[in-house]
Every structure is written in C-alpha cells, then in structure tokens.
Design a protein around this ligand. Structure first.
Ligand code: NAD
Length: 385
C-alpha cells in the first residue's frame, strides 16, 4: 500500500525517544495503514543520546543540541518531544508556534500554569495537531473495556477503580534522578509521572470528578546522589485519589491510584468497573486476559476470565493467538497519532490519543489533589473554567 511519509523530529532522545525509534523501525508490523513516520532530525542536550539515533536510525539527517535548530528545519512536519517536565511548556509552545504537529509527553506541563501556556499556544495555532502520549488503553483487553463502556453494558455504575503501580522505588539505594526532584519533575510527583495514564480512559468516558480527596505519601524521603551523599527525594511516591464522579445520568465513586512504591508490581496499569448489570477488569499484570461478570437479577454472580486476542485498534501481522506487550501498545499509539496527522478530522479508526483537553483535565484533578492533601479537605473541581 502506498504510504504518506510523515517526517518527524525527536526532541529528547532518552528512554521514550528510543521507544519511538523502535516503533518506527517496525512499522511493517502494521498491515493496513497508508502512512508511516520517518525520523529525519533529532535533538538532545546530551550529544551521546543523539549519537544512538545516528547509529541506529538510518533516516536521521540532522542531529543537534539546540531544539530551535530542529524547529527551523523545513523538512520536519511533526515532533515527538520527550524531555523532563520543567521543559514541557517552553519547548511545546515553541514547537506549536513553529507550526509543527506535536505528540508531547505527559504531564503536558510541569504544573497547571505551564499547562495553560501550552493550551494558549494550541488555541492560537488551530492548524497544528497536538496530542499527548498514553499507550496502555491500546492493549486489546483495555480496548474490550472501551467497547463495553460505549455499548452501555454496565447498567448503573457502582464504582470505578483505576491505577498505575510500579515498585522500583522500593529500593532506598536507587539513586536520585530528575523524576524525583520537584524542580524537574514537579510538585505533582507520581501524579505527574503516572496520572495521565490512569486518567486517559476515565476522561475519554466523560467521568469527571466533582470532588477529590487525596492522600499523598513520601515513603523514601532521601536517596543517594551517586557521589556518596544522600539528598532529599522531594516528590510524592504514592497517591490515592477518592473522587466523586457525576455524569448526566450517573453518580459513582472513582478511586484513582498512582504508586511508585507498590511492592510486587513492575508496571501494572489497570481499570476495574463494577455495575449493576455488568462488571469488568483489565490489568497489564495479566496482559492477555480480561475478566467480566454479567449479571441478571437473581442470576449467578461468576467472574469469567477470557484470553483477549492480539487485536488492537490497528491490525498487525501478529496472529490473534499471540501475546500483546508494552512495545505493541507504543506502536499502536504511534499509529493513532500518525493516522490523525494524515486523516484529520476522520482517522481510520475511532480510538485516538489523549487530547490537550484531556491532559488539561488531569491538571485540574492533580492541582485539586495537592490542595486536598495540604488542607486535609475534600476539594471541589469547577469544570466551568
Ligand atoms: N508514555 C510513557 O509510558 C512514558 C514513560 C516514561 C517517561 N515518559 C515521559 O517522557 C518524558 C521523558 O522521559 P524519559 O523517561 O524519556 O526521560 P529520559 O531522562 O530518559 O530522557 C529525557 C531526555 O531529554 C534530554 N534533554 C534534557 N534537556 C533537554 C533540552 N533542553 N533539549 C533537548 N533534550 C533535552 C535529556 O538529555 C534526556 O536524553 C517525560 O515527560 C516523562 O514523563 C513517558
């Protein structure tokens, strides 16, 4: 199939920049897309990071340490920007003003004020397509839950629980890095790191909390700095947010949790929805399974656990009996973003990446959560603003 090539620049060539390079390198995995990314320019403050791209990505024509050089390159159509949170606002705004489409990383600004600057740039440049990264909903089991929510299978929703948990921070000898300092990661701490992943589906379903009560924990307050000292580890390790959701027809509690210290969990993203007629759960702990419980009054209450076939938003060469993993979800997310760039406003399938509005909603919730933890009060969120 003839493909429209989208010429990408990557700003921030660390962990996530390389994940994009890997996804772009196996684009042939996707069977029915008429578009493909080509990474032509890369930028990182650390030249060793761009050297990896020059070694592994043959399409790279330009490498630089100043992102403004990359933005001046007329051969670049779109940018993936994966840099520390304190740089999001400045660099995202400059990308948007340069007229380049953007897939930005969460939390989409280090705090609400930074997010508002990004939102303003988007409003001022309506022809630029901007989305935020979040890959887990592309797991087949999560896609199945999306279909069930859209089919209104749950009846009256009883409650929702969603979370993202890992545990590498349980080790107090793990050295400090930018993700554990307020100046670079932000006051949100684990919420800024993990929270957009947790909120992607609730926001997509329109489940906006009217109030939030937050409990935030700093479990390991200092860490080695690699030079023989222990320095403050300032950011919140774990967050539990109890939310009161009201939609036009429903009201239910929703518990959101983001944990860097959840013993036994490597990278567990989950969502569980219980309802009067149907309940369902998907967790990346059991990535190829989805659990569901249909109920009719007086009937048996039995959980069914079924293998979710390798079937996501975009079809691939992998057969339905095989397993889906993290890098597959990244590939699917990239397909969704490129699909929007080429087919906007009518992409070839309906599940799109996180929108700036959805990312903005996450800032409303995290900002209220910080205030709740500070005051010990339940905070109301005014969605009219
Ligand atoms: N979607 C996901 O699953 C996921 C996972 C991890 C991180 N992230 C997000 O991705 C972003 C980056 O995280 P990461 O884990 O890749 O971090 P990282 O530390 O591995 O990479 C960040 C890179 O940015 C570079 N950088 C710093 N300042 C720069 C500047 N002024 N100009 C250009 N490059 C600069 C650094 O040298 C580094 O190579 C963050 O927003 C983070 O929240 C997303």
């Amino acid at each position: 199939m003839a493909k429209t090539i989208i010429r990408f620049g990557v700003i921030g060539c660390g962990l996530m920049g390389k994940e994009f390079a890997s996804a772009a390198a196996r684009w042939c995995h996707l069977t029915e897309v008429d578009f493909a990314p080509s990474i032509v320019a890369v930028c990182d403050a650390n030249p060793a990071a761009t050297a990896w791209f020059q070694e592994h990505v043959p399409s790279v024509e330009e490498a630089c340490t100043d992102y403004k050089e990359l933005l001046a390159n007329p051969r670049v159509d779109a940018i993936y920007c994966a840099v520390p949170h304190n740089l999001h606002a400045q660099i995202y705004v400059d990308i948007i003003k340069a007229g380049k489409h953007l897939l930005g990383e969460k939390p989409f600004g280090i705090d609400q004020e930074a997010n508002e600057r990004i939102q303003q740039a988007i409003a001022d440049n309506p022809n630029v397509i901007v989305r935020c990264s979040s890959e887990f909903p592309f797991f087949p089991g999560a896609q199945q839950l999306v279909a069930w929510v859209e089919a209104h299978k749950f009846g009256q929703i009883i409650e929702v629980e969603a979370g993202f948990w890992h545990s590498s921070d349980l080790d107090p000898s793990k050295p400090i890095n930018w993700k554990r300092r307020i100046a670079t990661n932000g006051e949100y701490g684990c919420m800024g790191d993990l929270g957009m992943h947790v909120l992607h589906l609730p926001m997509r379903f329109g489940w906006k909390p009217q109030t939030v009560r937050a409990l935030l924990s700093n479990i390991v307050p200092n860490r080695p700095d690699g030079q023989g000292n222990r320095v403050p580890c300032e950011t919140w390790d774990n967050a539990i947010l109890a939310c009161d959701v009201r939609t036009e027809s429903q009201q239910f509690p929703m518990v959101l949790s983001m944990k860097r210290i959840a013993p036994g969990h490597a990278n567990t993203w989950f969502i569980r929805i219980t309802g009067t007629e149907f309940s369902a759960e998907f967790t990346t702990k059991n990535p190829k399974q989805v659990a569901y419980l249909p109920y009719t009054p007086g009937g048996v209450q039995a959980w069914h656990v079924a293998d979710a076939p390798y079937k996501s938003a975009y079809s691939t060469i992998t057969g339905g009996i095989f397993e889906f993993g993290f890098s597959d979800s990244i590939l699917q997310m990239w397909a969704a973003f490129c699909d929007e760039l080429v087919h906007h406003p009518s992409p070839t399938q309906p599940f799109y990446c996180v929108t700036p509005e959805e990312a903005g909603s996450s800032h409303m919730i995290f900002t209220a959560a910080l205030a709740s933890n500070r005051t010990g009060q339940t905070m109301a969120i005014d969605w009219r603003n």
